[in-house]
Design a protein around this ligand. Structure first.
Ligand code: AMP
Ligand code: MN
Ligand code: MN
Ligand code: MN
Length: 278
């Protein structure tokens, strides 16, 4: 059976390039039947996506991708099937929005020092009134010719030890899982292969996540290789996690996360969608 679930995708409510309506239409064209809207630290795209689902027939799972600091690393936790109107969740997210605003100013200050001016205004424009992400700075830097594409621009300017990198604290794992749980959702570790953690540290993260009520892990992700899928399928089993599958789609120009070519979950996995009638 083709897999019809894509449980990780971004819209213009964070750093995606498609509006919620465009994303839902795109998902339908890709054969996705159940789509989670998981913008960074924001649920602002969910309402419009729900509207679009009425005409496309794509079922929407309201979600979020929360930025978390754990052991000096940034970890992303996806919350699925959340009540986006939950006051505690929205209150918690406000803290992350404030940090993003401060960080954007600080990124711009540091880029100015490195001789690059005008980045804050440009990033704000790219963000279009929603949360400001490093991706918005990256688009400006590419447009200005500082690197040939987003990937190279991140490497050169926006990661640790580079001129536009700003360290800081996101939510704690405990806070993020609390918000997701209180809003009635299930917490899933996003793209686990992307974290720079030793095998031991990774297991500590998974154990900590499980203790705090986390239930799932992305086994299939747009940024996972075949080996990553096999490895996290085993770890999901070891830790008793449900397996999730998400493209992490940010727009048609990011070919690495093409929902059409995203592999199916391995047979041995317990898909997260068997848990609930999504
Ligand atoms: P932020 O949450 O604002 O720090 O930005 C993180 C986002 O930047 C991620 O969700 C990705 O969309 C994007 N990103 C991070 N690292 C890279 C990279 N090396 N290449 C391309 N995009 C990246
Ligand atoms: Mn992103
Ligand atoms: Mn992520
Ligand atoms: Mn994502």
């Amino acid at each position: 059976m083709p897999q019809i679930y894509d449980l990780h995708a971004h819209t213009t409510a964070s750093d995606g390039t498609l509006t919620p309506t465009e994303l839902v239409n795109h998902a339908r064209d890709c054969g996705t039947q159940v789509l989670a809207i998981t913008d960074h630290d924001s649920t602002a795209g969910v309402k419009e996506a729900m509207q679009a689902s009425l005409t496309t027939g794509v079922k929407i799972v309201p979600g979020i991708e929360v930025s978390v600091s754990w052991a000096h690393q940034t970890i992303h936790v996806v919350g699925l099937h959340i009540d986006v109107s939950h006051a505690g969740l929205q209150e918690g997210l406000k803290k992350l929005h404030a940090f993003r605003l401060w960080r954007a100013e600080e990124i711009a200050r540091r880029l100015t020092k490195a001789g690059i001016t005008g980045s804050l205004e440009a990033a704000r424009q790219y963000a279009g009134g929603t949360i400001i992400s490093r991706t918005h700075f990256a688009r400006f830097l590419v447009e200005q010719g500082y690197a040939k594409d987003i990937r190279h621009v991140f490497k050169k300017y926006l990661v640790r030890n580079k001129p536009g990198y700003v360290p800081g604290e996101w939510a704690s794992l405990e806070e993020a899982l609390g918000w997701i749980r209180d809003a009635g959702g299930m917490a899933v570790i996003a793209h686990p292969a992307r974290y720079k953690l030793s095998a031991t540290r990774l297991k500590q993260l998974l154990a900590n996540f499980r203790e705090l009520g986390g239930e799932g892990i992305e086994v299939v992700s747009g940024s996972h290789s075949k080996d990553d899928i096999a490895r996290f399928s085993l770890l999901a089993d070891q830790f008793g996690f449900y397996a999730s599958r998400g493209s992490d789609f940010h727009g048609p120009e990011n070919a690495y996360a093409d929902p059409r070519t995203l592999p199916a979950l391995p047979e041995a996995c317990r898909p997260i969608w068997t848990h609930a009638a999504w």
